[in-house]
Each structure stands twice: as C-alpha cells, then as structure tokens.
Design a protein around this ligand. Sequence first.
Ligand code: ATP
Length: 228
Amino acid sequence: WLEDLVLLDTTPSTQLEARGGLANTLYLTDHQTATYGRFGRKYYAANTGGIYMSANLGQSNYEKHVQYTILAASAVVSAIEKLTTKKPTIKWVNDVYLGKKKIVGILAESGPSGMILGMGINFDIQYFPEELSDRATSLYPNQEYPSITESDLISKIWSEFRRLENLNYLEIYKSHCFVLGMTVSFKQNNHDLQGVAIDLTPQGELIVNCNDGIQRILNSGEISLKKW
Ligand code: ATP
C-alpha cells in the first residue's frame, strides 16, 4: 500500500513521475505543466488551485485498468460525500461530475513497475478557459466547505480507495453512474453504433443493448450521450 509521499512544487506530470518512480508511492503537486488525460488528451491544470496526484500502486491485483478506474471513481465520490454535502455523480468510465460539469478526471495506465493511477481534481479553481467553462467546475472550499482542506480531501480519497477495495465498490459506482439507462453512441470497428447502457459487468465494463438487437460490452473507449 502507499508508503511514501513525494511532494513536488511543480512537474510536467505526476503521472510521468509515478511511471518512472517507486512502487507504493504517491506523487503529488498543485502545479502541473503538461497534464494529460485519456488518449493523450490535454487536461487543463490551473496555476492556482487544483490537485494533481498519481499513485504508483506496484503490481496489479486486477487484470483490467477499468477495475482500478471504477474503484478510484467510487473512492472519489465516497470521499466527497463524506466531507461535504455535495452529491457527485460518475460518467462512465473515468469522470466525476457535479451537476453537468466535470470536477475530477481519473487515468489508469500501466507503468514499468506497476499500475499508475492518476487523478486531476478541480479544487479551488477560480477560472477555467473559455472552452471548458460549460464543462468544468471545481470544489470551492472557502465558499462551500469552510472545513475542507486539500489534505483532508487527498487523505480521504486514498483511505476510501483502500477501504472500498475489499467491499462491493461496484455497487457504489453503479448507484452514482448517471450513464446507466441512457442512450449512448460509440464507434466500434469503424461502425457508428447506438443503444441503451443497461448495466456494468463485474469488472466495470459497460453493457449496451444496441439498436441492431446485439448486446455489446465496452471496456474503454468513448461514448457520447444523447440528450444530456
Ligand atoms: P470527456 O468524456 O469529458 O470527453 P474523457 O474521459 O474522454 O473526457 P479525459 O482524458 O478524462 O477524457 O478528459 C479530457 C477531457 O476533459 C478534455 O477533452 C476536456 O474536454 C476536459 N477537460 C480538460 N481539462 C479539464 C479540467 N481541468 N476539468 C474538467 N474537464 C477538463
């Protein structure tokens, strides 16, 4: 389990630090210059506010990245609910939302010494660039949660991660996942497909009843939501 904490004033990416770093270590910064999300996409990191952290979890207990992502998202919503009166939700597979805006992005990757699990948390971010203004929001500790600090949130997330690992975190995930029951569109083998997301497999893959009558299982990739 996490034995060491490496605090960085600034870094291109805690995800890269953790990849090149030691197992069972958490890399943490509030100033990141080359934050990336899934598929190498750019992720906005504010100059002030924001929590960026990546854990090198060592050898994986799970076969699939999606399971780590599901556990991490469950830990994040559980931590926020324990510390605040907010009701966060999850967009399958890796994003935590408040209302219709994202507050946390999660990224699980394989590193040379094990699983790397990263989170970018919008915490006390006052300004988002124009293109994110209708898609991103932040926890605002001074306005809404006078008693929450960055370190409260960080330690609660990892203690929830540890606690939920041995519990039925999939149920927590499902009860927060607003995608279930919705119509989703996605691409598979260059075909545009659409259907209703009905459930998750025990590993956290999305089960979709497609309009062509075939049930498909998605373990990553992208979905877009209709009428959301
Ligand atoms: P989405 O489903 O929102 O497109 P994703 O899960 O496919 O995201 P991620 O890597 O998690 O991909 O996030 C990248 C996307 O998140 C970007 O395309 C951008 O729209 C959005 N984004 C970037 N920075 C932030 C941020 N700080 N807060 C919230 N959303 C952000």
